[in-house]
Write a protein that binds this ligand. Structure first.
Ligand code: MOS
Length: 748
């Protein structure tokens, strides 16, 4: 039954969000709450010689200043346990010792009666440093590039595949060639909600130890509780982490951030409830999208067949963890070139460890590759869509596997038609309106369709309502809504009688919400547990006195209208409420796991695709770029909710504008310090930058990816957009800008 799946339902949590009923981590109140404010280092490398908190401590209402000198003994500070999204290496451990590993690292926590007082007291702390020479410039340190020596982050981030064929030979023999170097700047996540942890402390009764209820800004309460339990050696039964609403994440909440450590540490030491929030400026004091330098070389025969492909990436990491992502290998999944070589190296710098940021690696690699492909198509005198169709592949050449489904051809067709691509004059600078140069460009996007294991619980309650839960997150993506739809359809319930809850570590465990895998992962767990609950309810119905199902099999019934009905005669039915009644009036509950069907899945490559068409207007005199129109055609499997799905893609497109033209973390390399750590100077796309955005969902059926046939939409909306815009800028101006963002100085 699919009464709700596929329908454009409004967000279940929409009303709570717009009326202020939805509470975020820093909004949960508790009596006698203390406030922590973090002090950050002002040098990039060296050590603290002296730290003097006396002036801060002298203030009325300041309870404590924690530094590396007086912090409690915590065994973890000498261990390497990290978290579910940690790259190999040793995690940054706040207040561990006097060492400074990057500029703005936390070096002290002031705890006071009010936030304002803590913040003021923090300004009175005096620090003397012994400074060492630092390195923060990727370009200057490029020669130090090395293989990730600590290994790649996880199975999901494999190193580039081995070379195939002979790139050098094929490239040298190719009559048409292009080579280019692509420099992308560092970027920072700027979700609306800043990081915060509110730790509610309850004294232990008897020997049970203190209890900590933690409201944390996170993309995974399971990740946070595992972290706190292991870092502080607190038993799970004394811990609970909640994160019912998250005001945006984009990957920043995939790792527990240092405010969580500091808030729990302070609460434990002071035996009081403590909240630590970061300011907007402090949002720039941890992970970021790494700066990268990519080199691409492509060769083709005169008929437009790509014969040779080389993609090399040098990315930055910190001195203590090897953050890796897949940047170089996407070309092997998009194009069937027979002679390919991919490389990926890191340069350790005196910066915070980079962190997954929406479409990590993918948008970086594709933004460069799809510009290179555009350039090659120009050299061939071929239309860029035609070039991509000429070099289309039904197989992922890296994995040497067929795609479980791939409607990219249809994305090109429908996207081009909607955009009016046939009217394009391929000649650069040929489409103008006075001093306004008009450019049309396009690009392809690709992103993995993964599924992870997850658990969920379903309860048929005495009031006849269904309650389903899983410790997943909704970072604004629509998790609440689509899970409610899946549960309602699986048990034939009206949607208003279904309650889906998430973001609580007491619920069955789910992985971090990231990688575009939540719809597939938690969706499968929800579907599975509702199916299992259905069987349980049916067994109870069979045992009821005078049950019409006494001699009926499970496969002969359906769940509809809050009842179990005989398929061939729906008038033979038992209401779910009656079934619960027959259970001695107790709710009927089931907990199940949704597991990926690995044997089936691993014979196929599983990805979502997109074709993006963009129009820009460039002012010939000023070099200002406006993105006037984008059409994005998405092949993302089954669409559970066209409304929330479209919003996901729109968000990705807006970010694509932002990434192509605006976002750039600027470092003063003399100080090794970020200069533009505020939303006034770190530019992101705002309403005035966003014009006509059009989303097409191409029909795509896939029975292999997961039982729901969904591919995830969190990242595919972004991946192809920056390249489409950069290609449109070339078409408008005749200038090939290979460095992102394309700011006006690069066009003059
Ligand atoms: Mo996304 S960077 O996996 O939150």
């Amino acid at each position: 039954m699919t009464q709700y799946i596929g329908k454009p339902l409004n967000r279940i949590d929409g009303l709570d969000k717009v009326t202020g009923n939805a509470k975020y981590a820093a909004e949960f109140d508790t009596p006698d709450l203390l406030y922590g404010y973090i002090v950050n280092s002002t040098i990039a490398k060296g050590k603290i010689k002296r730290i003097d908190s006396s002036k801060a401590l002298a203030l009325d209402g300041v309870l404590q200043v924690f530094t590396h000198e007086n912090r409690p003994k915590i065994a973890w500070l000498d261990m390497k346990y990290s978290d579910q999204d940690a790259p190999p290496g040793s995690p940054f451990r706040p207040l561990r010792d006097a060492k400074i590993k990057y500029n703005t690292q936390p070096i002290a926590l002031v705890v006071a009666e009010t936030f304002e007082l803590a913040r003021y007291a923090a300004s009175l702390i005096q620090v003397d440093y012994e400074e060492d020479a630092h390195q923060t410039d990727l370009q200057v340190n490029r020669h130090k590039a090395r293989k990730p020596s600590l290994g790649m982050a996880s199975l999901l981030k494999p190193p580039p595949p081995k070379p195939r064929g002979n790139f050098e030979e094929a490239f040298n023999a190719a009559p048409v060639q292009m080579t280019g170097e692509y420099v992308h700047s560092m970027e920072h996540h700027n979700p609306m909600e800043m990081f915060a942890s509110t730790v509610v402390y309850e004294k232990g009764r008897n020997k049970s130890g203190a209890r900590y209820t933690i409201y944390d800004k996170t993309q995974g309460v399971t990740n946070s509780i595992l972290y706190v339990a292991q870092v502080f050696d607190i038993p799970f039964k004394n811990l609970r982490v909640l994160s019912p609403y998250v005001g945006g994440g984009f990957g920043s909440g995939l790792r527990p951030q240092h405010q969580l450590f500091l808030a729990v540490m302070a609460a434990r030491e002071l035996k009081r409830s403590v909240r630590v929030t970061l300011t907007r400026q402090q949002m720039f004091t941890f992970g970021h999208r790494p700066a990268t330098v990519q080199t691409i070389a492509l060769g083709a025969s005169t008929d437009g067949t790509m014969t040779a492909m080389y993609h090399d990436t040098v990315g930055e990491t910190s001195q203590f963890e090897d953050y890796t992502e897949i940047v170089s290998s996407w070309g092997g999944m998009l194009y069937p070139a027979e002679n390919v070589k991919f490389d990926y190296k890191l340069v350790p710098l005196d910066v915070a460890t980079p962190l997954d940021m929406r479409a990590p690696g993918g948008v970086t690699g594709i933004s460069a590759l799809e510009c290179a492909v555009d350039e090659l198509a120009y050299k061939l005198g071929m239309d860029p869509v035609e070039f991509r169709l000429r070099n289309y592949t039904e197989r992922d050449m890296n994995a040497d596997l067929p795609y479980s489904s791939k409607e990219l051809r249809e994305c090109f067709r429908q996207g081009a038609e909607r955009f009016g691509w046939v009217k394009r004059n391929p000649e650069p600078r040929s489409m103008r309106n006075g001093h306004t140069l008009i450019g049309w460009g396009m690009a392809t996007g690709i992103w993995d369709a993964n599924q992870m294991p997850a658990r969920a619980e379903a309860v048929m309650m005495v009031n006849g309502k269904l309650r389903v839960s899983s410790a997943t997150a909704d970072i604004g993506t629509g998790t609440y809504t689509i899970m409610t739809q899946i549960a309602a359809d699986t048990l034939g319930m009206p949607i208003e009688d279904v309650l889906f809850k998430l973001g609580d570590s007491d619920m069955p465990a789910a992985p971090i919400e990231g990688g575009s895998w939540t719809a597939a992962t938690v969706g499968t767990a929800v579907k599975t547990v509702c199916e299992d609950l259905a069987e349980k309810l049916f067994k109870l119905a069979r045992k009821m006195p005078n049950s019409p199902f006494a001699k009926v099999d499970f496969n002969e019934v359906v769940f509809a209208n809050k009842s179990i009905q005989l398929k061939k005669d729906p008038s033979v039915s038992v209401s779910l409420e009656a079934v619960v009644d027959s259970n001695g009036g107790a709710a009927v509950r089931e907990t199940s796991s949704g597991l990926p069907k690995m044997l089936k899945q691993r014979k196929y490559a599983r990805t979502a695709h997109s074709a993006v068409f963009a129009e820009v207007e460039v002012d010939e005199d000023f070099g200002t770029v406006r993105v006037t129109r984008i059409v994005s055609a998405i092949a993302g499997g089954r669409i559970l909710n066209p409304k929330t799905a479209r919003s996901q893609i729109l968000g990705g497109m807006v970010w694509g504008i932002s990434k192509a033209l605006e976002e750039e973390t600027m470092m003063d390399h003399n100080l090794g310090r970020i200069m533009n750590h505020s939303l006034a100077e770190y530019h992101v796309a705002v309403n005035a930058d966003v014009h006509d955005l059009d989303v097409i969902f191409v029909e795509e059926h896939d029975e292999i990816v997961n039982p729901l046939g969904v591919k995830g939409l969190g990242e595919i909306g972004l991946v192809g957009v920056p390249a489409a815009i950069a290609n449109a800028v070339f078409h408008a101006t005749g200038k090939r800008v290979r460095d992102l963002p394309i700011t006006l100085d690069k066009l003059l």
